[in-house]
Design a protein around this ligand. Structure first.
Ligand SMILES: *Cc1c(COP(=O)(O)O)cnc(C)c1O
Length: 377
Protein backbone atom coordinates (compact mmCIF):
# COMPACT_ATOMS: atom_id res chain seq x y z
CA UNK A 1 0.00 0.00 0.00
CA UNK A 2 1.25 3.48 -0.87
CA UNK A 3 0.68 6.67 1.08
CA UNK A 4 -2.28 8.66 -0.34
CA UNK A 5 -0.52 11.85 -1.21
CA UNK A 6 3.11 11.85 -2.30
CA UNK A 7 3.16 15.56 -1.40
CA UNK A 8 2.98 15.00 2.37
CA UNK A 9 6.16 16.39 3.98
CA UNK A 10 6.97 17.96 7.36
CA UNK A 11 4.08 19.84 8.96
CA UNK A 12 4.74 23.57 9.37
CA UNK A 13 2.18 25.20 11.67
CA UNK A 14 1.30 28.82 10.85
CA UNK A 15 2.29 31.61 13.25
CA UNK A 16 -0.60 32.26 15.64
CA UNK A 17 -1.37 34.46 18.61
CA UNK A 18 -3.32 32.23 20.99
CA UNK A 19 -6.01 34.23 22.79
CA UNK A 20 -8.63 31.56 23.26
CA UNK A 21 -9.50 29.25 26.17
CA UNK A 22 -6.24 27.30 25.74
CA UNK A 23 -3.71 26.40 24.59
CA UNK A 24 -1.94 29.69 25.27
CA UNK A 25 1.22 30.99 23.59
CA UNK A 26 4.23 28.81 24.41
CA UNK A 27 7.51 30.68 24.87
CA UNK A 28 10.54 29.83 22.72
CA UNK A 29 12.31 28.93 25.97
CA UNK A 30 9.81 26.14 26.69
CA UNK A 31 9.85 24.93 23.07
CA UNK A 32 13.66 24.87 23.12
CA UNK A 33 13.62 22.82 26.34
CA UNK A 34 11.36 20.28 24.64
CA UNK A 35 13.79 19.98 21.72
CA UNK A 36 16.61 18.78 24.01
CA UNK A 37 17.79 15.17 23.58
CA UNK A 38 15.39 12.48 24.70
CA UNK A 39 16.80 10.38 27.54
CA UNK A 40 15.52 7.26 29.27
CA UNK A 41 12.58 7.78 31.60
CA UNK A 42 14.37 5.86 34.38
CA UNK A 43 17.72 7.59 33.77
CA UNK A 44 18.87 8.90 37.19
CA UNK A 45 19.17 12.44 35.79
CA UNK A 46 15.58 12.23 34.53
CA UNK A 47 14.40 11.03 37.94
CA UNK A 48 16.18 14.05 39.47
CA UNK A 49 14.30 16.30 37.03
CA UNK A 50 11.01 14.63 38.06
CA UNK A 51 11.73 15.48 41.70
CA UNK A 52 12.41 19.12 40.81
CA UNK A 53 9.19 19.16 38.82
CA UNK A 54 7.24 18.00 41.89
CA UNK A 55 8.78 20.79 44.02
CA UNK A 56 7.99 23.39 41.39
CA UNK A 57 4.39 22.14 41.22
CA UNK A 58 4.08 22.34 45.03
CA UNK A 59 5.09 25.98 44.73
CA UNK A 60 2.56 26.63 41.94
CA UNK A 61 -0.22 24.93 43.95
CA UNK A 62 1.00 26.46 47.26
CA UNK A 63 0.96 23.10 49.00
CA UNK A 64 3.17 20.78 51.01
CA UNK A 65 1.27 17.75 49.64
CA UNK A 66 3.71 14.89 49.09
CA UNK A 67 1.46 13.45 46.35
CA UNK A 68 1.87 16.22 43.77
CA UNK A 69 2.91 15.33 40.20
CA UNK A 70 1.88 15.76 36.54
CA UNK A 71 -0.38 13.03 35.12
CA UNK A 72 0.90 12.00 31.66
CA UNK A 73 -2.22 13.16 29.83
CA UNK A 74 -4.39 16.28 29.36
CA UNK A 75 -6.44 18.02 32.07
CA UNK A 76 -9.41 15.72 31.46
CA UNK A 77 -7.35 12.76 32.66
CA UNK A 78 -6.26 14.72 35.73
CA UNK A 79 -9.99 15.15 36.42
CA UNK A 80 -10.63 11.43 35.98
CA UNK A 81 -7.64 10.60 38.19
CA UNK A 82 -9.27 12.52 41.06
CA UNK A 83 -12.68 10.91 40.61
CA UNK A 84 -11.70 7.28 39.91
CA UNK A 85 -9.45 7.22 42.96
CA UNK A 86 -11.69 9.05 45.44
CA UNK A 87 -15.21 7.97 44.44
CA UNK A 88 -16.32 4.41 45.23
CA UNK A 89 -19.64 2.91 44.15
CA UNK A 90 -22.49 4.36 46.22
CA UNK A 91 -20.57 7.46 47.39
CA UNK A 92 -22.60 10.65 47.50
CA UNK A 93 -20.81 13.65 45.96
CA UNK A 94 -22.06 17.25 46.04
CA UNK A 95 -21.17 18.61 42.57
CA UNK A 96 -21.51 22.25 41.51
CA UNK A 97 -22.52 22.97 37.93
CA UNK A 98 -22.20 26.50 36.52
CA UNK A 99 -20.79 25.58 33.11
CA UNK A 100 -19.38 22.80 30.94
CA UNK A 101 -16.66 21.56 33.27
CA UNK A 102 -18.98 21.12 36.26
CA UNK A 103 -21.20 18.95 34.04
CA UNK A 104 -18.17 16.77 33.29
CA UNK A 105 -17.49 16.36 37.02
CA UNK A 106 -21.06 15.11 37.56
CA UNK A 107 -20.63 12.68 34.66
CA UNK A 108 -17.41 11.40 36.26
CA UNK A 109 -19.22 10.74 39.55
CA UNK A 110 -21.92 8.73 37.72
CA UNK A 111 -19.37 6.67 35.80
CA UNK A 112 -17.59 5.80 39.06
CA UNK A 113 -20.90 4.48 40.42
CA UNK A 114 -21.29 7.45 42.74
CA UNK A 115 -24.43 9.50 43.36
CA UNK A 116 -24.09 13.17 42.36
CA UNK A 117 -26.04 15.75 44.35
CA UNK A 118 -26.21 18.64 41.89
CA UNK A 119 -25.95 22.29 42.93
CA UNK A 120 -26.81 24.46 39.92
CA UNK A 121 -26.00 28.06 39.18
CA UNK A 122 -26.62 30.05 36.00
CA UNK A 123 -23.90 30.00 33.33
CA UNK A 124 -21.74 33.08 33.91
CA UNK A 125 -22.38 33.17 37.68
CA UNK A 126 -19.98 31.85 40.33
CA UNK A 127 -21.02 28.93 42.58
CA UNK A 128 -23.43 30.19 45.28
CA UNK A 129 -22.12 29.08 48.73
CA UNK A 130 -25.64 29.25 50.24
CA UNK A 131 -26.82 26.54 47.82
CA UNK A 132 -23.84 24.35 48.73
CA UNK A 133 -24.69 24.79 52.41
CA UNK A 134 -28.29 23.70 51.68
CA UNK A 135 -27.13 20.66 49.68
CA UNK A 136 -24.99 19.45 52.61
CA UNK A 137 -27.80 20.11 55.10
CA UNK A 138 -30.11 17.93 52.96
CA UNK A 139 -27.39 15.29 52.37
CA UNK A 140 -25.38 14.92 55.58
CA UNK A 141 -23.97 11.61 54.28
CA UNK A 142 -22.17 13.27 51.32
CA UNK A 143 -18.51 12.24 51.52
CA UNK A 144 -17.10 14.45 48.78
CA UNK A 145 -17.58 17.91 47.30
CA UNK A 146 -16.52 18.97 43.79
CA UNK A 147 -16.45 22.33 42.04
CA UNK A 148 -14.68 24.21 39.25
CA UNK A 149 -12.59 27.12 40.53
CA UNK A 150 -12.29 28.89 37.17
CA UNK A 151 -15.11 27.96 34.73
CA UNK A 152 -13.44 28.38 31.34
CA UNK A 153 -16.75 27.95 29.51
CA UNK A 154 -18.11 31.17 31.05
CA UNK A 155 -15.21 33.13 32.62
CA UNK A 156 -16.54 32.92 36.21
CA UNK A 157 -14.30 32.55 39.28
CA UNK A 158 -15.80 30.90 42.38
CA UNK A 159 -14.83 31.54 46.00
CA UNK A 160 -12.78 28.41 46.70
CA UNK A 161 -11.89 29.27 50.33
CA UNK A 162 -15.55 29.67 51.34
CA UNK A 163 -16.72 26.58 49.42
CA UNK A 164 -14.02 24.27 50.78
CA UNK A 165 -14.73 25.50 54.33
CA UNK A 166 -18.41 24.49 53.98
CA UNK A 167 -17.42 20.99 52.82
CA UNK A 168 -14.95 20.63 55.70
CA UNK A 169 -17.60 21.64 58.26
CA UNK A 170 -19.76 18.84 56.89
CA UNK A 171 -16.93 16.28 56.97
CA UNK A 172 -16.51 16.04 53.19
CA UNK A 173 -13.30 16.11 51.16
CA UNK A 174 -13.03 18.74 48.39
CA UNK A 175 -12.06 18.09 44.75
CA UNK A 176 -11.24 21.29 42.83
CA UNK A 177 -10.76 21.85 39.09
CA UNK A 178 -8.05 24.50 38.80
CA UNK A 179 -7.12 23.86 35.16
CA UNK A 180 -7.54 27.49 34.15
CA UNK A 181 -6.86 29.15 37.51
CA UNK A 182 -3.38 27.75 38.28
CA UNK A 183 -0.77 30.44 37.63
CA UNK A 184 -3.35 33.10 36.67
CA UNK A 185 -5.13 33.82 39.97
CA UNK A 186 -4.33 32.70 43.54
CA UNK A 187 -4.63 28.92 44.04
CA UNK A 188 -3.82 28.17 47.69
CA UNK A 189 -4.45 24.46 48.23
CA UNK A 190 -3.20 24.21 51.82
CA UNK A 191 -4.63 27.50 53.07
CA UNK A 192 -8.04 26.67 51.60
CA UNK A 193 -8.00 23.00 52.61
CA UNK A 194 -8.41 21.48 49.12
CA UNK A 195 -8.00 17.67 49.20
CA UNK A 196 -7.63 16.92 45.49
CA UNK A 197 -6.85 19.35 42.68
CA UNK A 198 -6.15 18.94 38.99
CA UNK A 199 -4.83 21.42 36.45
CA UNK A 200 -3.51 21.55 32.90
CA UNK A 201 -0.20 22.46 31.28
CA UNK A 202 -1.60 24.58 28.42
CA UNK A 203 -3.52 27.35 30.16
CA UNK A 204 -1.78 29.82 32.52
CA UNK A 205 1.35 27.62 32.79
CA UNK A 206 1.87 28.16 29.03
CA UNK A 207 3.39 24.78 28.31
CA UNK A 208 2.20 22.59 25.43
CA UNK A 209 -1.06 20.63 25.98
CA UNK A 210 -0.99 17.09 27.27
CA UNK A 211 0.05 17.16 30.93
CA UNK A 212 -2.14 17.48 34.01
CA UNK A 213 -0.60 18.52 37.35
CA UNK A 214 -2.50 16.99 40.28
CA UNK A 215 -2.17 17.19 44.07
CA UNK A 216 -3.72 15.15 46.90
CA UNK A 217 -3.85 15.92 50.63
CA UNK A 218 -3.00 13.39 53.36
CA UNK A 219 -6.74 12.96 54.01
CA UNK A 220 -7.32 12.16 50.33
CA UNK A 221 -4.48 9.61 50.35
CA UNK A 222 -6.01 8.06 53.48
CA UNK A 223 -9.38 7.76 51.73
CA UNK A 224 -7.74 6.15 48.68
CA UNK A 225 -5.88 3.64 50.89
CA UNK A 226 -9.16 2.73 52.63
CA UNK A 227 -10.97 1.86 49.36
CA UNK A 228 -12.84 -1.45 49.52
CA UNK A 229 -12.98 -1.90 45.75
CA UNK A 230 -9.96 -1.45 43.46
CA UNK A 231 -9.68 1.75 41.44
CA UNK A 232 -11.47 0.91 38.16
CA UNK A 233 -8.68 2.44 36.03
CA UNK A 234 -5.32 0.68 35.87
CA UNK A 235 -3.46 3.63 34.35
CA UNK A 236 -4.80 6.16 36.85
CA UNK A 237 -4.65 3.99 39.98
CA UNK A 238 -2.57 6.22 42.27
CA UNK A 239 -1.35 3.30 44.36
CA UNK A 240 0.41 2.03 41.20
CA UNK A 241 1.52 5.37 39.71
CA UNK A 242 3.19 6.26 43.01
CA UNK A 243 5.98 3.72 42.63
CA UNK A 244 6.98 5.67 39.51
CA UNK A 245 6.73 9.25 40.78
CA UNK A 246 8.00 8.82 44.36
CA UNK A 247 10.17 6.76 46.67
CA UNK A 248 13.88 5.93 46.65
CA UNK A 249 13.61 3.26 43.96
CA UNK A 250 11.43 4.07 40.93
CA UNK A 251 9.78 1.27 39.02
CA UNK A 252 8.32 1.23 35.54
CA UNK A 253 4.63 2.05 35.37
CA UNK A 254 4.29 3.73 31.97
CA UNK A 255 6.80 5.64 29.85
CA UNK A 256 6.59 9.27 30.92
CA UNK A 257 6.38 11.80 28.07
CA UNK A 258 10.04 12.74 28.51
CA UNK A 259 10.32 15.86 26.32
CA UNK A 260 6.94 17.39 27.26
CA UNK A 261 8.06 17.08 30.91
CA UNK A 262 11.22 19.06 30.03
CA UNK A 263 8.82 21.71 28.75
CA UNK A 264 6.66 21.74 31.87
CA UNK A 265 9.78 21.95 34.04
CA UNK A 266 10.96 24.99 32.05
CA UNK A 267 7.57 26.72 32.20
CA UNK A 268 7.48 26.23 35.99
CA UNK A 269 11.03 27.56 36.32
CA UNK A 270 9.83 30.64 34.42
CA UNK A 271 6.85 30.97 36.79
CA UNK A 272 9.17 30.70 39.81
CA UNK A 273 11.53 33.32 38.31
CA UNK A 274 8.65 35.73 37.80
CA UNK A 275 7.12 34.88 41.20
CA UNK A 276 3.53 33.68 41.63
CA UNK A 277 2.31 36.99 43.06
CA UNK A 278 3.80 38.89 40.11
CA UNK A 279 2.17 36.46 37.67
CA UNK A 280 -1.23 37.00 39.32
CA UNK A 281 -0.70 40.79 39.17
CA UNK A 282 0.29 40.65 35.49
CA UNK A 283 -2.87 38.69 34.64
CA UNK A 284 -4.96 41.21 36.61
CA UNK A 285 -3.40 44.32 35.02
CA UNK A 286 -3.64 42.94 31.50
CA UNK A 287 -7.29 42.05 32.07
CA UNK A 288 -7.94 45.68 33.05
CA UNK A 289 -6.17 46.89 29.89
CA UNK A 290 -8.20 44.57 27.68
CA UNK A 291 -11.40 45.49 29.47
CA UNK A 292 -10.82 49.21 28.89
CA UNK A 293 -10.42 48.56 25.17
CA UNK A 294 -13.42 46.25 24.89
CA UNK A 295 -15.70 48.57 26.85
CA UNK A 296 -14.45 51.46 24.73
CA UNK A 297 -15.85 49.56 21.74
CA UNK A 298 -19.18 49.14 23.55
CA UNK A 299 -18.77 45.44 24.36
CA UNK A 300 -20.27 44.08 27.60
CA UNK A 301 -18.88 41.38 29.90
CA UNK A 302 -20.99 38.30 30.70
CA UNK A 303 -19.70 37.79 34.26
CA UNK A 304 -20.33 40.27 37.10
CA UNK A 305 -17.27 42.34 37.98
CA UNK A 306 -16.26 40.69 41.27
CA UNK A 307 -16.30 37.16 39.77
CA UNK A 308 -14.45 37.80 36.50
CA UNK A 309 -11.45 35.72 35.54
CA UNK A 310 -8.61 37.96 34.35
CA UNK A 311 -7.32 35.15 32.12
CA UNK A 312 -10.63 34.40 30.37
CA UNK A 313 -12.75 37.35 29.26
CA UNK A 314 -16.24 36.50 28.03
CA UNK A 315 -18.17 39.23 26.23
CA UNK A 316 -21.57 39.27 24.53
CA UNK A 317 -21.51 39.37 20.73
CA UNK A 318 -23.21 42.62 19.65
CA UNK A 319 -26.66 42.43 18.02
CA UNK A 320 -26.49 41.75 14.28
CA UNK A 321 -22.87 40.54 14.28
CA UNK A 322 -22.06 37.04 13.00
CA UNK A 323 -19.68 35.84 15.70
CA UNK A 324 -18.18 33.01 13.61
CA UNK A 325 -17.30 35.36 10.73
CA UNK A 326 -15.47 37.70 13.12
CA UNK A 327 -13.53 34.78 14.65
CA UNK A 328 -12.49 33.36 11.32
CA UNK A 329 -11.42 36.78 10.01
CA UNK A 330 -9.33 37.35 13.15
CA UNK A 331 -7.66 33.99 12.50
CA UNK A 332 -7.20 34.27 8.75
CA UNK A 333 -6.27 37.94 8.48
CA UNK A 334 -4.43 38.50 11.77
CA UNK A 335 -3.44 35.02 12.97
CA UNK A 336 -5.34 35.57 16.24
CA UNK A 337 -7.30 32.73 17.81
CA UNK A 338 -10.13 33.51 20.23
CA UNK A 339 -12.79 31.14 21.58
CA UNK A 340 -16.47 30.67 20.74
CA UNK A 341 -19.23 30.13 23.29
CA UNK A 342 -19.99 26.63 24.59
CA UNK A 343 -23.28 25.01 25.62
CA UNK A 344 -25.79 27.60 26.81
CA UNK A 345 -23.56 30.41 25.49
CA UNK A 346 -22.87 28.93 22.01
CA UNK A 347 -23.16 31.57 19.29
CA UNK A 348 -23.73 34.37 21.80
CA UNK A 349 -20.29 35.16 23.24
CA UNK A 350 -16.59 35.42 22.49
CA UNK A 351 -14.07 34.08 24.98
CA UNK A 352 -10.82 36.03 24.94
CA UNK A 353 -7.97 34.36 26.77
CA UNK A 354 -5.07 36.20 28.40
CA UNK A 355 -3.41 33.10 29.83
CA UNK A 356 0.23 32.76 30.80
CA UNK A 357 2.55 34.04 28.05
CA UNK A 358 -0.51 35.27 26.12
CA UNK A 359 -1.18 37.78 28.92
CA UNK A 360 0.97 40.62 27.57
CA UNK A 361 0.45 44.16 26.30
CA UNK A 362 1.53 43.34 22.75
CA UNK A 363 -1.24 40.74 22.37
CA UNK A 364 -3.86 43.14 23.75
CA UNK A 365 -2.87 45.98 21.42
CA UNK A 366 -2.83 43.62 18.42
CA UNK A 367 -6.18 42.05 19.31
CA UNK A 368 -8.02 45.31 19.95
CA UNK A 369 -6.76 46.83 16.69
CA UNK A 370 -7.66 43.66 14.77
CA UNK A 371 -11.14 43.42 16.30
CA UNK A 372 -11.82 47.06 15.54
CA UNK A 373 -10.73 46.61 11.95
CA UNK A 374 -12.85 43.47 11.47
CA UNK A 375 -15.93 45.02 13.10
CA UNK A 376 -15.70 48.06 10.82
CA UNK A 377 -16.28 45.66 7.93
C1 LIG B 1 -9.32 23.04 29.60
C2 LIG B 1 -10.09 22.62 30.81
C3 LIG B 1 -10.23 21.27 31.18
C4 LIG B 1 -9.77 20.13 30.32
O1 LIG B 1 -8.43 20.13 30.04
P1 LIG B 1 -7.90 19.34 28.74
O2 LIG B 1 -6.43 19.54 28.81
O3 LIG B 1 -8.56 20.01 27.57
O4 LIG B 1 -8.32 17.93 28.86
C5 LIG B 1 -10.88 20.99 32.36
N1 LIG B 1 -11.39 21.96 33.15
C6 LIG B 1 -11.29 23.27 32.82
C7 LIG B 1 -11.87 24.29 33.72
C8 LIG B 1 -10.63 23.63 31.64
O5 LIG B 1 -10.54 24.92 31.31
Amino acid sequence: MKIDSPRITSFQPPARTLMGPGPSDVSSRVLAAMARPTIGHLDPTFVGMMDELKSLLRYAFQTENELTFPVSAPGSVGMETCFVNLVSPGDKVVVCINGVFGQRMAENVRRCGGVPVIVEDPWGAPVDPAKVEEAFAANPDAALFAFVHAETSTGALSDAATLAAIARRHGALTIMDCVTSLGGVPVLLDEWGIDAAYSGSQKCLSCTPGLSPVSFSAAAVERIRARKTPCPSWFQDLSLVLGYWSGAKRTYHHTAPVNPLFGLHESLVMLAEEGLENAWLRHRNNHLRLRAGLEGMGLKFVVREDARLPQLNTVWVPEGVDEAVVRSRLLNEFGIEIGAGLGALAGRVWRIGLMGQSSCTANIVLFLAALESVMRG
